[in-house]
Design a protein around this ligand. Structure first.
Ligand SMILES: Nc1nc2c(ncn2[C@@H]2O[C@H](COP(=O)(O)OP(=O)(O)OP(=O)(O)O)[C@@H](O)[C@H]2O)c(=O)[nH]1
Ligand SMILES: [Mg+2]
Length: 184
């Protein structure tokens, strides 16, 4: 049997936007009170993509400034980057530009326009507090351009979590095409 493919996915963005809650919802189908992430953590999930079993290695990190120095080793070898913001806090969307540029700088990705990014606008279960519309979010990703996708999500009520990770799995595998491997 051919060895199982393993893809590395990193999830980044400001503190408290819901990165760990999104992973918990996806991997354990649960939404529970969580402490802020300290440093870096990771969790594996096996999924079927095009009839093949693939292991997603999901790397979670803290959005807090004081842990930023850890990120170089954490970003290295990523096949896809998930950028999370909180739709009830506009500043967390604007900060994503910085998070994306920092990721590109630190990984040394040669073709940032081809590298797969998935942006998640989280906490859409709070429509009364929503500050960033889906339209504003999609305009934002159009402005960034490249190989980038957008989903409104909620870790709390599970909106679009499966859908977002189906896209993450698919585009992470595209990134493993051998002719692209010199990019890393
Ligand atoms: N309403 C709502 N609250 C959420 C959602 N996702 C996360 N939260 C809440 O937002 C807070 C932060 O969630 P975390 O998952 O710890 O956020 P994080 O991005 O991992 O934060 P750091 O680890 O500190 O960077 C917690 O109180 C969560 O319960 C969501 O989809 N909806
Ligand atoms: Mg966290």
């Amino acid at each position: 049997m051919a060895p199982r493919k393993v893809v590395k996915i990193v999830i980044i963005g400001e503190k408290s936007v819901g990165k760990t809650s999104i992973l918990k919802r996806y991997v354990d189908q649960r939404f529970v009170p969580l402490k802020p992430t300290i440093g870096v953590d990771f969790v594996n999930k096996d999924v079927m993509v095009n009839d093949k079993m693939v292991t997603l290695q999901l790397w979670d990190t803290s959005g807090q400034e004081r842990f930023r120095s850890l990120e170089i080793s954490y970003y290295r070898g990523a096949d896809c980057c998930i950028l999370v913001f909180d739709v009830t806090n506009e500043k967390t969307l604007h900060e994503l530009k910085m998070w994306r540029e920092d990721f590109i700088d630190k990984t040394g990705v040669q073709n940032p326009d081809q590298f797969p990014f998935v942006v998640l606008g989280n906490k859409v279960d709070e429509p009364e507090n929503r500050k960033v519309t889906e339209r504003a979010a999609t305009n934002f990703i159009k402005e960034i351009g490249g190989n980038i996708f957008y989903f409104d999500t909620s870790a709390k009520d599970a909106t679009n979590i499966e859908e977002a990770f189906a896209t993450v799995s698919r585009i992470s595998l595209q990134n493993l095409i051998p002719s692209d491997s010199q990019r890393k």
